[in-house]
Design a protein around this ligand. Structure first.
Ligand SMILES: COc1cccc([C@H]2O[C@H](CC(=O)N[C@@H](CC(=O)O)C(=O)O)C(=O)N(CC(C)(C)C)c3ccc(Cl)cc32)c1OC
Length: 348
């Protein structure tokens, strides 16, 4: 009877996983036995934290209290969040979070401490950001703030995954020790999404592009949607893409150090999606009008191709060449983009 109950609650965790993220959930479920449950639960704990950070109906001090204590909450059997929820999809996870906690407590202690440590760092980082000086209309001032924010919400996920890979024995300790590589895995994904989501975030009253960059091209963050600011908008966008390109060499270095096939697929697929998205958004002013995504057919091809390092290098080479082709000599960022591409080409 006990076994049946255990299997039911584990299955419910995978149901939550499949509910929260479409394509990526499938990739997590392809991971080898030693890692699958730990990564699934890490993903769900992060999703719970993210849902609290995104919940605009919570007052600030309640949100901060939840963020700063989430690393203890995940050890509290029976805990659920019923105060009031954001949208349906994420609300369901927190309303039934006791199921996630039950499964988390069944992980081997080493996996539990990796997840709890990252949750503590991320929850406090999110709380610092939510209450810090950045708060005037939720904006990010300097490139340093931009890197710190992305470290909190994404770089730390890279840290935690590298630690889980090492703890499972499927990947080396040395990879987990090189924090800069793990951090770049998160920054590249997060920064590419922040560029892609300009319009969605603007309409939601959020801005994640650093003022130190966009302030060179406009007085207000929303100026870029106006047709008369077309050229400024294009140069601001290329400046943002330049900032993201700097993480590509470290992403490729990280991927080249992976030994386990299922871990490689799990890590490579989001990165090739991101370089494809980066090439799509480069010099593409549609991002100021609507959220653009790579076509389903292209995404499927990328998923099928991302199974070994040579293919991944070829995919990066193709999209970096596409960016190089679209790079315009009249763009003030032209030279620096060419040099960033040169640094990447040395690698590939
Ligand atoms: C070594 O590091 C990684 C290795 C593999 C995958 C990811 C990373 O990839 C997905 C990929 C994913 O979730 N894709 C979505 C599509 C999208 O969000 O655009 C999807 O396919 O649904 C992603 O985006 N994030 C969210 C953050 C970027 C904030 C970390 C994420 C959230 C939780 C986990 Cl456990 C993992 C990831 C890594 O994280 C850095």
């Amino acid at each position: 009877q006990q076994t049946l109950a255990k299997d039911a609650s584990k299955k419910r965790c995978y149901d939550f996983l499949n509910m929260t993220s479409r394509s990526f959930a499938a990739v997590i479920q392809e991971l080898d036995d030693q890692l699958r449950d730990a990564v699934c639960l890490f993903y769900l704990v992060l999703r719970g934290l993210d849902t609290i950070e995104d919940d605009m109906t919570l007052d600030l001090d309640r949100k901060v209290e939840l963020l700063r204590s989430f690393d203890q909450i995940i050890y509290k059997k029976g805990w659920t969040f019923t105060e009031n929820g954001p949208n349906e999809k994420d609300r369901a996870l927190l309303v039934h979070f006791d199921v996630v906690i039950d499964e988390f407590l069944r992980l081997k202690p080493e996996f539990q401490s990796v997840i709890a440590n990252i949750t503590k760092l991320m929850g406090n980082g999110m709380a610092d950001y939510a209450t810090g000086e950045h708060r005037e209309n939720t904006s990010i001032a300097t490139i340093k703030d931009f890197d710190l924010y992305c470290h909190y919400v994404a770089g730390l996920v890279g840290y935690g995954l590298s630690d889980l890979f090492a703890a499972s024995g499927l990947e080396s300790e040395e990879l987990a020790k090189d924090k800069a590589l793990s951090n770049s895995m998160g920054l590249f994904l997060q920064k590419t999404n922040i560029i892609r989501d300009y319009r969605e975030d603007l309409d939601d009253g959020r801005q994640f592009w650093p003022r130190e960059i966009w302030g060179k091209y406009a007085d207000n963050f929303s100026d870029f949607i106006k047709p008369e600011n077309k050229l400024k908008a294009q140069h601001c966008l290329s400046n943002m893409v330049l900032n993201v390109l700097n993480d590509v060499p470290q992403v490729l270095t990280y991927l080249s150090k992976l030994k386990n096939q299922s871990v490689f697929n799990f890590c490579a697929i989001p990165q090739v999606m991101a370089i494809s998205t980066l090439a799509l958004v480069f010099n593409n002013l549609d991002i100021y009008q609507r959220n653009i995504k790579i076509r389903k057919g292209e995404a499927v091809k990328l998923i099928l191709d991302s199974t070994d390092m040579d293919n991944v290098v070829a995919i990066f080479r193709q999209y970096v060449f596409e960016i190089s082709r679209k790079n315009e000599a009249t763009d003030p960022n032209f030279m620096e983009i060419s040099m960033a591409i040169g640094r990447i080409e040395q690698w590939i």
